[in-house]
Design a protein around this ligand. Sequence first.
Ligand SMILES: Cc1ncc(COP(=O)(O)O)c(C=O)c1O
Length: 483
Amino acid sequence: MQTIDRAKDLHLYRQVTDLINTNIESGTLRPGDRLPSLRRMSEQIGVSVPTVRQAYIELERQRRVESRPQSGFYVRAQSANRMVRPSTRLGAGPKPMPVACRTLMERVYDGLYQPGIVPLGIANPCMAHPAARGLHRTMKRVMSRVEERALGYAPTLGERRLRQQIAYRYLDTVGATVDPDDICITNGGQEALLLSLQAVAKPGDIIAVESPAYHGLLELIDSLGMLALEVETCPEEGVLLDSLAKTLDLHPVQACLFSTTLSNPLGVSMPDDKREALVRLLEDREVVLIEDDVYGELLFDGRRPRPAEFYAQSGRVLSCGSFSKTAAPGYRIGWLLTGGFRSPIERLKRSYSCSSGLLQQLTLSEFLASGDYDRYLKTLRPVLRQNAERMSALVAEHFPADTRTSRPVGGSVLWLELPRSVDSETLFDSAIRNGISIAPGLIFAPDRRYRNFIRLSFGHPWSERIEAAIAWLGAEVGRLTGH
Ligand SMILES: Cc1ncc(COP(=O)(O)O)c(C=O)c1O
């Protein structure tokens, strides 16, 4: 057993540094783990608090740990040299097209619900640390208070109290004033996207999307008979505005559908000045922007970027939000900032689904009002960050050396570029046979562009099964590449 030896001819802080490094190397302390507090460590090993502090600072200098304000010191993923950004440059002249991989998408969804599967293919951040107890308590309270009313229909645009709470949250987190009457509660973010597309475009219209783009979005565009057109997206700053301007010169784009915060699967967020420039560019050309903002609250550092809607001067920016990623996907509650399209959206909502579940709306409204939502998010984000670090470290350990990985700053997914010879559909098939679901890169573009990419989700309670699944995937990629 390694302990501190005062008789040894080595500074005490050096001995503490060695002790922690030994624990990191043996895997006792893993990427994302918090080091014991200074006081606790000093009591445990019998050295002074300043000595422990000096050791932690030394470990930070060695890049073994990082300090996080008001939180402590955390073990870093020891793989920074391999964590380069994946390449996603598009070849010249992408064309608007229908989605090409419908059957693969169906197989991906089927795989997710196989009994006993390790579900690395679904982006479900809040399930990493579910809010089940808090939400159940709140729902019981709501039921006991409003009884029969909670079983009835909600107004088409949604329960007013929830719309007020959402408006309050925009004010509180980004200083934006939103009229609750400009919010339509929807069945998840997906219905918000559907209503937006139907309100602003018709079959045959071209919808510009990021590349890579969330597969549910591509499927939706396709099912509405519209055409998806990819726009070059940079892994540091999101959609490239000069490429977008060229695309708009070449094609009669009806609307752009972009995620400005934590796009799925790249995990990229647009800097504020770029968001504003994006809105200006599209407003100048009278092109509608539908913003998919379902991950807006899930940056690990708790920052809440302003939605693009914040910068809009015309009514041509709509923004889609959801509680699926931050509270409960099964509640199916999202919302839409309707911009200048309130009346067509209200009409569409009424004709498609009448309204969204009232009991879930009342529960979420109370969850927000009590402060429980905010408190919950503060506990969820560090769990996601730790999972991201663990998954990144395991990928670095088990996948071939030329694998390239995104560096998520929030959300719940990792985007991997595998060696060129790997076909993600083949990998998907063998993973499913081995009880693991992954999202193959092929479903993130209308063509087969991301053949050798996969998306892995870390939105689950961490477990040895997940670790074993990542190790298996790494070995299988090695096998497919002939290593
Ligand atoms: C980028 C993106 N947009 C929208 C959705 C749909 O969200 P919801 O479950 O609220 O319908 C998802 C869900 O995975 C998503 O990842």
